[in-house]
Write a protein of this length. Structure first.
Length: 261
């Protein structure tokens, strides 16, 4: 626990759910690879050559791609189990107290992981310090609008069944704040743009299964610890928007770049 810091997320729950995901990634490996490719495409926009590289949260979708580009890769994750299977030199981390010294890496890639960090400005500052001069920071993060359909359906279903509601989908930052966070951490040339991706499910339960397989289930500190009403998820999933008979789930993935000067 970090004193004076609002604990939006339960770090222990994040670590445990990601540890469980280490043995479940198979069904979502293709999706993780596709999303990582969208992020790593940004490396084609620079002529810089990178040696030592740190990847955070890649879940096997990042390290091999960086190695093919000639990088010597350290794979870090909040879960030791996920780090061990990610493909680089494995390191389990607390993102709010990183174990890396100053100027260790030419490149840092954080793929769909920093949205679980309570002190995101502090983590970004530590990551910039871990970059060598002229080093590149590249990150992806879900932003506001992600899983909006599921969030609304769960809130409405729980309100109808119990008269109240508890948070069951994580809060996400706004896209417009992402470049500002990079600038605040001291990155030069901060840029944040958006990839909006829709997933369609013939069976709405598969959406929940995929989130669990990826280690992306509810770890909000304020979540209810009570067993939810039996009808909750069935009612919520039945109310998800549909297209051509399949339910829709949206990922709004911010892609962030910044340089260390």
């Amino acid at each position: 626990m970090h004193e004076g810091l609002s604990q939006i997320f339960d770090a222990g729950s994040v670590r445990r759910q990601r540890a469980r995901a280490a043995g479940r990634l198979g069904p979502v490996a293709g999706v993780l690879d596709d999303l990582a490719a969208r992020l790593l495409d940004r490396l084609d926009d620079t002529k810089a050559k990178f040696g030592p590289a740190l990847e955070i949260g890649g879940r096997g979708a990042v390290a091999a791609a960086l190695a093919r580009r000639g990088c010597q890769v350290v794979s870090a994750d909040f879960s030791a189990e996920l780090a061990a299977g990610a493909g680089g030199l494995a390191v389990a981390i607390d993102a709010e107290a990183l174990p890396f010294g100053a100027e260790k890496f030419d490149l840092i890639v954080a793929h769909l992981s920093l949205h679980w960090v309570n002190d995101l400005p502090g983590a970004l500052l530590q990551l910039r310090r871990a970059l060598r001069p002229a080093g590149l920071f590249l990150a992806s993060m879900p932003v506001l609008g992600t899983l909006a359909e599921l969030r609304t359906a769960l809130l409405e279903a729980e309100a109808a069944l119990t008269g109240g509601a508890s948070p069951r989908v994580s809060p996400f930052p706004e896209l417009r704040d992402c470049a500002g966070l990079l600038q605040r951490a001291g990155f030069a040339l901060p840029v944040a743009d958006i990839e909006a991706i829709e997933f369609l499910y013939a069976n709405p339960l598969d959406l929940l299964h995929d989130l669990r397989a990826a280690g992306e289930t509810n770890a909000v500190t304020a979540r209810s610890r009570k067993i939810p009403p039996r009808e909750l998820f069935a009612l919520a999933l039945s109310n998800l928007p549909k297209r051509d008979g399949r339910v829709v789930a949206t990922l709004r993935m911010a892609i962030m770049t910044g340089w260390n000067t």
